[in-house]
Ligand binder design. Structure first.
Ligand SMILES: Nc1ncnc2c1ncn2[C@@H]1O[C@H](COP(=O)(O)OP(=O)(O)OP(=O)(O)O)[C@@H](O)[C@H]1O
Ligand SMILES: [Mg+2]
Length: 446
């Protein structure tokens, strides 16, 4: 009896110890206990899971089988059938799962490399990922790396985007780090690589929060920020100290867009005169200040109350498209936010969308908006966008121009933080009239 009590006491103490370890130091518990157990489970069940997810292939193999052969002869004449067991080598189909490499633990799960069967493509694994995640009862499984003949899957135990915090990173010119990618890396928006961005999502999905994060990160940089806020200026007016120009009415928008197009044309003249293909190849002293244009709700720019506004809307559409087409080389960048940006807004919108190569799709109410934002990408990106829940504003699907997409979440930047940054860096705000009023710089010898 005392022995039993002793054993029970030891077991209870061990369980309490494990519970405390997991509670107080989850990271070492994961690497020391939970991951090794998971790894054993994964190796033991992989064949079964791969078969269920249709990732296995049948291969012909020679197998030694024990066959029952009826005996022919005097004995066979009796009423009872006599059989004899004979060993034979036969060709049989054997199911093979893709070869699983060494599991490597990560903070939130593990990575595993798989060797593709002949004829398989990474898309087969993307399709199977959800099934694998269910089979192992993990949060998600994603294809994170593709090499010829191999794919790497990343399984996560919980959503890494539930809480997003950022480690301070050195700010390079025209680069912002608004949040985290699902793979744990910083989400980097580099305007020099991806010049224009479309930021779409339903109301309260986190579009303005992303704009706040961009403003907060760009405010300390030597760039001019320009805002279009036709919701009466309520969104961007608090950032006015750091904005070189802000349009809050349609009339102001038309004027500001024409200033911007004029500025791009000036830059073009300067570049041509100096034999430069873009502003970055100009001598440093001639290089103009980059301009980042934020449009809060693009639909407002395109909506017409009556026919009299038709002319203004069409000028707006043409100017925005021109900025998007030419801005890249001349350091004028766009971030266009909107709940919808489809052809229903009028002609020109689809062409504008095609120029916005950076895509951010927050939670959407209708599949059509996700389609409009991500439709030209992998269909899995669309499914991921449609699955974003309302409880996690700021979660989005991000795609750059290379076609790769990620789940990501912007870090929460309250308006006050962005306002504070706008006030703190107000002294860096280039004067708009001086900026657009400047005559193009042409070298005398040119
Ligand atoms: N990354 C985030 N992390 C945590 N909370 C967030 C995040 N992004 C947004 N939120 C919360 O969601 C709310 C709505 O976000 P936001 O104002 O950015 O939405 P929106 O898409 O701009 O909506 P609307 O179309 O109505 O302007 C914010 O007030 C904030 O509380
Ligand atoms: Mg908003």
């Amino acid at each position: 009896m005392t022995d039993l009590l002793l054993v029970l006491g030891v077991l209870a103490a061990a369980a309490a110890g494990l519970w405390a370890w997991r509670r107080w130091h989850p990271a070492s518990f994961w690497y020391g206990i939970a991951f090794p157990l998971r790894a054993v489970l994964v190796y033991l069940t992989w064949h079964h899971v791969a078969s269920g997810c249709k990732l296995t292939r049948n291969r012909r193999r020679f197998r030694l089988t024990l066959d029952a052969v009826p005996v022919v002869g005097p004995a066979s004449r009796s009423t009872a059938t006599v059989v004899e067991h004979k060993r034979r080598v036969r060709r049989v189909d054997v199911e093979h799962a893709p070869r699983l490499g060494v599991l490597r633990p990560t903070r939130l799960g593990w990575r595993m490399r798989l060797r593709l069967h002949d004829g398989q493509v990474p898309a087969d694994y993307e399709k199977a990922a959800e099934g694998i995640a269910h089979a192992w009862r993990v949060h998600s499984v994603r294809v994170v790396d593709v090499r010829p003949g191999y794919v790497t899957l990343w399984a996560t135990m919980r959503d890494p985007l539930t809480e997003v915090t950022l480690s301070p990173a050195p700010a390079e010119l025209l680069t912002v780090r608004p949040g985290k990618l699902e793979n744990g890396r910083d989400w980097v928006m580099d305007f020099r690589t991806v010049p224009h961005w479309l930021n779409a999502g339903a109301t309260q999905s986190g579009k303005s929060n992303l704009a706040n994060a961009v403003i907060r990160d760009l405010a300390p940089q030597p760039v001019a920020l320009v805002g279009f806020d036709l919701k009466g200026g309520v969104e961007f007016t608090p950032y006015a100290p750091r904005l070189s120009a802000l349009a809050t009415t349609r009339k102001e928008s038309v004027d500001l867009l024409s200033d911007l197009v004029g500025e791009v044309e000036n830059r073009m003249v300067t570049c041509r005169a100096h034999g430069a293909r873009n502003v970055w190849t100009l001598p440093e002293h001639l290089r103009p200040v980059p301009v980042v244009v934020l449009v809060d709700e693009v639909a407002e720019l395109f909506l017409m109350a009556d026919k009299s506004e038709k002319e203004e809307v069409s000028r707006t559409a043409t100017a925005l498209l021109r900025l998007a087409q030419l801005g890249r080389a001349f350091a004028v960048h766009l971030i266009v936010c909107g709940q919808r940006i489809g052809s229903d807004l009028g002609p020109g919108v689809t062409a504008l969308r095609a120029q916005l190569s950076g895509r951010v799709c927050h939670r959407v109410n209708d599949p059509e908006t996700a389609n409009m934002t991500l439709g030209d990408l992998d269909p899995a990106a669309l499914d991921a966008a449609r699955a974003i829940p309302a409880e996690t504003p700021g979660v989005c699907i991000v795609a750059g121009q290379d076609g790769a997409w990620h789940r990501a979440r912007s870090v929460y930047v309250p308006e006050q933080a962005a306002e504070q940054a706008a006030r703190d860096w107000a002294h860096l705000t280039p004067d708009w009239d001086a900026l657009v009023g400047s005559v193009p710089v042409v070298h005398p010898a040119a």
